[in-house]
Design a protein around this ligand. Sequence first.
Ligand SMILES: [Zn+2]
Length: 332
Amino acid sequence: MEIAWHQILGHRQPIARLRTLLREGRLPHALLFAGPEGVGKRRVAQALAASLLCLGEGELPCGRCASCRALRAEDGAHPDFIALAPEGKSVKSIRIDAVRQMQAEAARRPTLSRRRVVLIDDAQCLNETAQNGLLKTLEEPAGAVTFILVTTAKTALLNTIVSRCMTVGFGPLPAAALAAALAARGIPQQEAQNLAALSDGSFHRALQLEEGGGLALRADALTFLKERPQLTPLTVFDRGALMGDWPREKLAEWFLCLHTLLRDLLVLYENGASPLLYHKDLRQELAACLPAYPAGTVLRLLALTEEAQHRLLSNMNLRLLVEGFFLHSMEQ
Ligand SMILES: [Zn+2]
């Protein structure tokens, strides 16, 4: 795994705070990293874990000692590093058995480093029994062990868990930093900027969008808005046949694009120069759509879009769902 601090995008303040505590030997034994998905919390947790486990001196982690080498190896296996993450695809959870197993391991003497580090990813997936099981260990850990809990939903954790940890908050990444990081991966500048603007400060989301052709889907949703006033039942069935074959995730992405575009139309009604626009780069094209979209129409389309998004979660036949949406969207 990546363990170097300098390779982490953004989060200068929390990183500086953690490194100071680390240097001064004042780092609490239980930490809670909380913030939105895909901004780099896990990366920071890994760098911190590596620093705690490092056998070197000076700036930690040294990157060269046996501990650092073990963490950086392909499998990332380190005898004193315990990672706990949710199991299961549809219902993700961390169960009490996994917590008990971790506790047994964490209580043993460290073998390579001077302490053990337990990283619990997606800690909100700890079910209540598992959280209660964890409480005692957080309160009185046996031996030299540091717990780092990472979560996107601090509110899903018991207050008793939260109160035993030092919370470190992570915010969204600034769009400029995101765009620069995307460009560094070889994504053309303009596309990098568009992706950054659309991803709510999440690097993970930006990459997902890039991979899933998010910008093309957005362009298609905008085309639909432009063409909708001239749609006929025949073109609707064409669209239904085409989009009905899309994977569910792609459809969900398309409806999400449409939803944010519609929301922007409402923002433009209020204030054409608003900084609140989600799709700032499409301001002119959206403004050109306004004459065909009285506010009442936008609200009705928003409701239809939300209904379609909701139905996507069911087992409904996708072609029927798409056709239904487009037919209703034609009503003035
Ligand atoms: Zn080291």
